[in-house]
Write a new protein. Structure first.
Length: 510
């Protein structure tokens, strides 16, 4: 005689309850291990065997001529040479951390880096929150427009216009104070493209950076339309307010470098003028990039982008997907449990993950958790955030797959003496796995592409390498097409593995 549906559901719920109990116990043990292995806060700086202080330097690497990646020399630029000269005098051992400009200040706040060397302009808001060294660059602001724009020549003309600026840059506030509507971009190279395409009206930026871009790109599609009157900038190294010792060492080193002419020598090399003092006069910028064609740019960028895929994108994908599946299975079983104490948190977790952007989740894990004592390394933080995100989406896939297995399978298992957990492990889950493969493959493909956001938490991966190459060469179309090709190859290999996996798991389907 057929059993009542409630009885069949009760057996399945019993199996789910036992399974989730074991998984939650394993999760607690894994969490303890993770806390011991990854949760120890990283000191702001430390001394090595030679008594040299290790100082982590935050910089973009995409802002020529101040900080950029040369295909032959690696990370270089005016700011890089200045901080290296400071380190030599101060007895520092430098570790460079490259990140988007808008991520540099959060990295400094959370202790991920100890100093910023990225042409940061001193202003009252920043001075109230951070410590600045003595200035090592003096510059002036200029207004840049498309070549055919003639009605914008001063800050007053920006009233009601749309300008493109890096969100946390000093020039963004200058534009807002002039009454402009600010669109956030990552760097000046992207801004120039927006101007050419007519998507924004103007931008305000450092005259040296603009001149370098014009010299490197050879473009005549944008122009310096006028000066930002009254916006002469002073740029300096930036420290947290509790790093007075480091700031004082930097000031002493900069004083020595200024006195013996080293700063002037470095400045003359890059700009043909001494920009380390006020009123240096006109600068002469030859351009950071060599005369390279698109083919040479692609050749130079191909290996760094592949390395970013091998060391960043693929490991992030593998670790995050494996962790996400474990989380998803536990959450799916908790959602099916008759216990409200398990169902309610699982339902809330799924709602929270699916209702918030992945970028916000990355920022919370990497920049937010250190404020409560949980300080994870960059790669571990990215994996945790991505795993939690995958777990929220995959949990519903796994739950639906388990529910799609006929209840008669559980009843048949009971008749041959299998208890609830054994039936779930040996009968239900193998069949559910076959059903879940296609939608989980889509989740995996999405994860491969979502790893491109890991650059905001200081993880260098495939797309970040493409951005670095594009910032110097301005060859956007070929470089981003090459990045797309790399991503497509990775995703295609995954789809090739999907069909044989489905065939292998198909033997478990009744």
């Amino acid at each position: 005689m057929d059993q009542h549906p409630r009885t069949r559901l009760s057996r399945r719920a019993s199996a789910a309850r036992r399974a989730v109990g074991l998984l939650l116990l394993g999760g607690l043990l894994a969490g303890l291990v993770g806390a011991l292995g990854f949760g120890t806060p990283v000191p702001a700086y430390a001394a090595d065997e030679d008594e040299r202080t290790v100082v982590r330097v935050g910089t973009e690497g995409t802002y020529p001529p101040f900080t950029y990646v040369d295909p032959d020399e690696g990370l270089t630029g005016y700011d890089i040479e200045v901080i290296e000269a400071v380190a030599d005098r101060a007895g520092w051992e430098l570790e460079f951390v490259r990140a988007q400009f808008d991520a540099l200040f959060p990295a400094l706040d959370s202790g991920r880096v100890d100093v910023l060397a990225n042409q940061v302009t001193i202003n009252p808001e920043r001075r109230a929150r951070y410590l600045f060294s003595t200035p090592y660059t003096f510059s002036r602001g200029v207004i840049v427009t498309a070549a055919d724009t003639d009605d914008i020549t001063s800050l007053e003309d920006l009233q009601g216009r749309t300008v493109a600026q890096s969100e946390t840059s000093n020039w963004a506030q200058v534009a807002r104070d002039a009454g402009a509507d600010v669109e956030s971009v990552e760097g000046f190279a992207q801004t120039a493209e927006l101007l050419v395409q007519g998507r924004v009206d103007a931008t305000v930026n450092d005259n040296i950076a603009v001149l370098d871009y014009l010299a490197s790109s050879g473009t005549d599609e944008i122009k310096i339309a006028g000066d930002a009157e009254g916006e002469e900038g002073r740029q300096a190294l930036v420290f947290r307010r509790d790093e007075t010792a480091l700031r004082d060492q930097a000031d002493a080193a900069l004083a020595e470098l200024r006195a013996d002419g080293t700063l002037a020598e470095v400045s003359e090399e890059y700009f043909g003028a001494d920009v380390s003092v006020a009123g240096s006069g006109d600068v002469d910028v030859a351009g950071s990039d060599r005369d390279r064609g698109a083919a040479e740019v692609l050749q130079d960028a191909a290996w760094p982008m592949l390395r970013g895929a091998l060391l960043g994108t693929i490991p992030l994908t593998v670790v995050s997907f494996a962790g996400g599946l474990l989380i998803a299975l536990a959450v799916a079983l908790a959602r099916m449990s008759p216990s409200r104490l398990l169902r309610a948190p699982a339902r809330f977790y799924v709602s929270l993950v699916r209702g918030t952007p992945l970028l916000v989740q990355l920022f919370i894990v990497f920049y937010g958790l250190p404020q409560i004592g949980v300080d994870l390394p960059s790669f571990a933080a990215a994996c945790l955030a991505l795993s939690l995100n995958v777990g929220g989406y995959a949990a519903e896939i796994i739950r639906a797959s388990i529910l799609s297995v006929p209840t008669g399978q559980v009843e048949a298992a009971a008749t041959v003496g299998l208890d609830g957990w054994a039936a779930m492990r040996r009968i239900v889950l193998p069949q559910a796995a076959r059903i879940a493969v296609p939608p989980l493959s889509n989740t995996l493909l999405s994860l491969v592409k979502d790893t491109s956001l890991a650059a905001v938490v200081l993880v260098t991966e495939l797309f970040r390498e493409a951005q670095v190459a594009a910032a110097l060469s301005t060859e956007y179309l070929p470089l981003y097409c090459l990045a797309a090709l790399y991503y497509w190859i990775l995703c295609y290999l995954i789809t090739l593995a999907q069909e044989p996996l489905e065939r292998r798991l198909g033997r478990y389907v009744a």
